[in-house]
Ligand binder design. Sequence first.
Ligand SMILES: NC(=O)c1ccc[n+]([C@@H]2O[C@H](COP(=O)([O-])OP(=O)(O)OC[C@H]3O[C@@H](n4cnc5c(N)ncnc54)[C@H](O)[C@@H]3O)[C@@H](O)[C@H]2O)c1
Length: 330
Amino acid sequence: MNILVTGGAGYIGSHIIELLVKKKTNKVIVLDNLSTGNKILINQKSKFFKGDINNKKIINRLINKFNIDTIIHLAASLNVSEAQTNKKKYYKNNITGTKILLMSCRNTTVENIIFSSSCSIYGNIKGSVNERKKPNPQGYYAYTKYKGEQLIKKYASKFNYNFGILRYFNVAGASPSGKIGEIETSHGHLIKNFAIQSMKEKPKLNIYGNNYNTKDGTCVRDYIHVSDLADIHIKGIDYLKENKKSFTLNCGYGKGYSVLQIANKFKKIKKNTQINFMKRRPGDIAQVYSNTKEFKKLLKWKPKHNDINKIIKSAINWEKKLKTNFYRNF
Ligand SMILES: NC(=O)c1ccc[n+]([C@@H]2O[C@H](COP(=O)([O-])OP(=O)(O)OC[C@H]3O[C@@H](n4cnc5c(N)ncnc54)[C@H](O)[C@@H]3O)[C@@H](O)[C@H]2O)c1
């Protein structure tokens, strides 16, 4: 297969590529503008092109030159608070960029598109959520992801491709290979932030809000290991190839952990960790986790890394690695 991965120099993209290149029959092309991605994460067995998804020419060139049959579209901006204050940037990158990418598939060899969506498109929900729940995006980032989904669906029959929309829950951890993990610090991901703190002499873990209507008052989320999420993409491509049928799926384990539970796990690893309760942050929802019924039925997939302790350990090990001289220069 000839696969184009947009945003492949990023956290999730690099883990997908790590799996894709294992199959020798896959040719993997990466398009990334390196705005938050990093060259060091790009697997040497893939072909990297620095460029922007807003540049129709470069996309067309890559699709035609490499006879691309499948696109995995991850390139996006994803800082939830930045999206609120810089809507223009998010409109251009996440909505216009997606549209340009799709327009570039017209009359080409592209048959399948996998799109990175987010559980944030559901808006304020309580507990478990399935794919049939009507999206109700609250923040601007979530809105751009929802718009992206609509564009993917809108052009599917016109441009003759099938799609897989994957709504990620909270992605965390790092590859068991030890070679890749999350480098960018601006996205505000909880386990990444806590892992950074755990490198310090006196770690301080801030918890925003402890008076939510949840088991211990702190927010509850569904954390999925990045390598399992990457594997879902491989399964998703296989499904599209075999069944020629589009799908929309939640990607989570279906189990919620509270922020306090996660913080306590870090404290157990480093005893002098201090846990601070701060004021609630505007826009945080109390509790969300995935209903995995549809997902299990369709992909018949089983997770390999669904152990929160392992997820946390892999995130900490990655952070240690980032501190070594080799990674410091990147
Ligand atoms: N990390 C999560 O928990 C999470 C949750 C839900 C959805 N997502 C989605 O997953 C995707 C990947 O996220 P990630 O966590 O790997 O973030 P990331 O920032 O590590 O990866 C995004 C990549 O896209 C690239 N990029 C951004 N804009 C681009 C453009 N205009 N042209 C070309 N490349 C561009 C960046 O340089 C980066 O390499 C995003 O679409 C994001 O919305 C992530």
